[in-house]
Ligand binder design. Structure first.
Ligand SMILES: [Zn+2]
Ligand SMILES: [Zn+2]
Ligand SMILES: [Zn+2]
Length: 128
């Protein structure tokens, strides 16, 4: 993923992918991305009664490298199996690692980077 793609992704993530509202707006009725501030669960599934000023607006959740904290790192998608081979179990399957950290981790594990061809990785997010 190049710089322009990262920029596009960032712009895309400023809009709720489920209900389409912009950052700072309240999710539309029935959006499955909205969390409940009372119970912390999915608002769609919980029974809490909330007024509009108790509701959590949609806010950008940035992509951050789990190891060094770099925001919006360059990344590439890998499958669960590949993620496990490179990252083991230290980093969660939902984490993102930048190119530098990924190289470092691969080096520590003695993996040959030229056979992996990775540029920083993000695991494919599976929707639950
Ligand atoms: Zn939404
Ligand atoms: Zn709730
Ligand atoms: Zn990093």
């Amino acid at each position: 993923m190049g710089k322009n793609e990262i920029k596009m992704l960032k712009e895309m993530m400023l809009i709720c992918h489920d209900c389409g509202v912009k950052e700072g707006e309240l999710h539309l009725q029935g959006c499955d991305m909205e969390r409940c501030p009372k119970c912390g669960g999915q608002k769609l599934l919980c029974d809490c009664k909330l007024s509009n000023n108790e509701r959590e607006p949609f806010l950008l959740y940035p992509l951050i490298c789990a190891r060094c904290g770099k925001m919006w790192p360059d990344f590439k998608m890998v499958g669960n199996r590949q993620w496990k081979i490179i990252c083991g179990t230290t980093y969660d399957i939902k984490d993102i690692l930048c190119i530098k950290c990924m190289k470092k981790i691969a080096k520590i594990r003695g993996l040959k980077l030229d056979t992996i061809h990775l540029k920083g990785i993000i695991n494919e997010r599976e929707r639950v």
